[in-house]
Ligand binder design. Structure first.
Ligand SMILES: [Zn+2]
Length: 163
């Protein structure tokens, strides 16, 4: 296994979410501040040992630091009007059942099961919006946004595409 390339901005985001200085993170890892700065700017990648320590420290999966499994935490498309009818289609597809955990929607609004929507980031541009979108319960939405577990993302991508 050669060089590993990670997305350094993820380290910066996590560090800032903990309101930590570069120095504080450097001390935590036993590295210099300039090394952490280089990681964050993508000028240098940590070795696996450091990567695992970072993942453990920030309570994220190691995969979180890699670009391939990237997931948008903000689905801006969902705010647009044109997505309203796609949401309706995806909600119909889900039959009111969370497409991740398989539980029923936690409550109903105006007689409709309440589920949240999540757009899966993909490089396959030929997919229609409904093939990239899933309906999930609020718990699963938060889980997707925070943990970004690759296994769950792949599961949902298959589900959205094959329905
Ligand atoms: Zn769920």
């Amino acid at each position: 296994m050669g060089m590993i390339t990670i997305n350094g901005t993820k380290i910066r985001e996590l560090r800032k979410s903990k309101e930590m200085s570069i120095k504080a993170l450097a001390d935590e890892l036993g590295k210099s501040s300039s090394t952490i700065g280089m990681y964050e700017r993508g000028e240098r990648s940590p070795n696996f040992e450091t990567l695992f320590r970072l993942a453990h420290f920030f309570s994220v999966d190691v995969d979180y630091f890699f670009n391939e499994m990237d997931v948008m935490s903000e689905n801006y498309e969902l705010l647009s009007d044109e997505y309203a009818h796609y949401k309706k289609q995806v909600l119909e597809r889900s039959k009111g059942i969370c497409e991740l955990c398989g539980n029923n929607a936690p409550f109903h609004v105006d007689g409709q099961p309440y589920l949240e929507f999540f757009v899966l980031e993909t490089k396959q541009e030929h997919l229609s919006p409904t093939e990239k979108m899933v309906a999930v319960c609020p718990n699963c939405l938060k889980k997707l946004q925070i943990l970004k577990l690759p296994g769950e993302i792949i599961f949902l991508k298959n589900k959205a595409r094959n329905n």
